[in-house]
Design a protein around this ligand. Structure first.
Ligand code: AP5
Length: 215
């Protein structure tokens, strides 16, 4: 069960990956979450990553690849993983292949979560995240029980810095220029599945669960 989730900002990768990880008992690996945690902690990695994230740009490949390689070498990845937001360009896809070979890990495939652009905008504009644990909410469709307070850890729920309109637009452009080519890359290799992400969370989750359990 070694899967990659691909999709534009707001497609629901983080929402689904967190639920799938709990359901399937495999780790959810998100470089975006790791960078945000490091940024909050004020570490050197956080300062570096933050300077790219705040502009909606990709963090340099050598930094991201090293982070992922270290994480994939941990014991819990032997049974599986859900990579959410990696790879994000062809160079990272090549690096992932090399890492899997070196670590002796199999690859189940990539799953593209497809959502129309107007719905992506609606989701990004309404998204709020917990600054402490990263739990994901939406003002209309999935608000916290108490406004501004995380249901999971009691942390502050707020707008993600890179969901500001101008930065969100840049992130969508970066997806179109650098990441969308991965769909062809995995399709040509016979390793791509697609899922309609423009449905309620539970329906998308049910299809992804079935697919991951029965590749
Ligand atoms: P990252 O954190 O990965 O952001 P992203 O890929 O832009 O994806 P998002 O988190 O915006 O969206 P999502 O698909 O996870 O949707 P979500 O579940 O939140 O990356 C951030 C930054 O980190 C990058 O810009 C880059 O700088 C850096 N970075 C990360 N990976 C990198 C890499 N590999 N290389 C270099 N740099 C990297 O859902 C969105 C909203 O919709 C939520 O409000 C949710 O509640 C709602 N929602 C979800 N599903 C549904 C549904 N089915 N119906 C209705 N609403 C839904």
């Amino acid at each position: 069960m070694h899967w990659v989730l691909i999709g534009p900002p707001g497609a629901g990768k983080g929402t689904q990956a967190a639920l799938l990880a709990g359901r399937l008992g495999i780790p959810h690996i998100s470089p975006g979450d790791t960078f945000r945690r490091a940024s909050r902690a004020g570490t050197p990695l956080g300062h570096l990553a933050g300077s790219f994230m705040e502009r909606g740009a990709l963090v340099p490949d050598e930094v991201t690849n090293a982070l992922i390689r270290e994480r994939l070498a941990e014991a819990d990845c032997r049974v599986g993983f859900i990579l959410d937001g990696f790879p994000r360009n062809l160079a990272q896809a090549g690096a992932l292949q090399t890492m899997l070979e070196e670590l002796g890990l199999p690859f189940a495939g990539a799953i593209s979560i497809e959502v129309p652009e107007e719905e992506l905008v609606r989701r990004s504009v309404g998204r709020r995240v917990c600054r402490q644990c990263g739990a994901i909410y939406h003002l209309e469709t999935h608000p916290p029980a108490v406004s501004g307070v995380c249901d999971v850890c009691g942390g502050e729920v707020a707008l993600r810095a890179d969901d500001r309109e101008d930065v969100a637009k840049t992130r969508l452009e970066v997806y179109g220029k650098a990441t969308a080519v991965l769909l062809d890359y995995y399709r040509r290799r016979g390793e791509l599945r697609t899922v309609d992400g423009n449905r309620p969370v539970e329906q998308v989750l049910a299809e992804l669960t079935l697919l991951m359990r029965n590749p």
